[in-house]
Write a protein that binds this ligand. Sequence first.
Ligand code: NAD
Length: 247
Amino acid sequence: MLNGKVAVVTGGTRGIGYGIVKTYLDNGAIVILCGSKKETVDHALSQLKAENPDYKVEGIYPVLSCPNEIEIAFEAIKKTYGSIDILVNNAGIVARDKIYEYDMEEFRKIMDININSVFNCSQVVSSIMKEQGGGVILNTSSMVSLYGQPSGCGYPASKFAVNGITKSLARELGKDNIRVNAVSPGITYTDMMKGVPETLIKPLIAQIPLGRIGQVEDVANAFLYLASDMASYVTGIVLPVDGAARS
Ligand code: NAD
């Protein structure tokens, strides 16, 4: 579905991002995965190469919220591969701090990675995509971008902003043949979840009409569809992939 397309995936070293990287590679894309440091990027690359030595994948670790670093990194990708067809802004951090104890620095950190990086990477890639005649930008939102969450208001606030960027850029960039969409996953079974005790997981599952927690593949497949030409007339949506667990 993505034969020969060049995709950049932020937060691609583990969890949902790693699943997107693998799904894109399995569908013929060339993937540049971004992580926060060399060690985790190298680990992800060797894991992927062990699965399939023919995967066309490389890794980088620029500071996502730094315009200069992203410009240098994305220009280098364009020079090497000729284009950037797909950007997935997936890197993100979570927090559940209560408002009474919320530290402003922690709040800023969430905004920096969850919003500023999305803005920065989207801005740099937009010019590249406009020049090449089009492209696809995808963002990872969350189901809490619709309903908030009972503590840690910074995280849902950042994801509400991601939805706003998604819908606005879709309207702004449509004329340049750039589609912009988001996926809002529900609770998804990543490494982080593996340590969560059964007693906490059971009540969560009870609230999900499909009766199970989402798998990384469920989410990655939505990213595959939206990146592909199958979604050629789809832009400006936030697609829930949450088993209908929406409150
Ligand atoms: P994860 O912690 O497993 O992975 C996060 C990724 O982001 C990692 O690759 C990490 O290297 C990268 N990252 C974090 N901080 C970074 C930084 N400062 N610079 C560069 N990269 C950085 O998390 P995940 O569960 O796979 O989450 C991925 C995305 O999905 C996030 O945007 C998250 O908000 C969203 N999400 C996750 C769930 C879930 O249940 N797992 C649900 C809804 C939305």
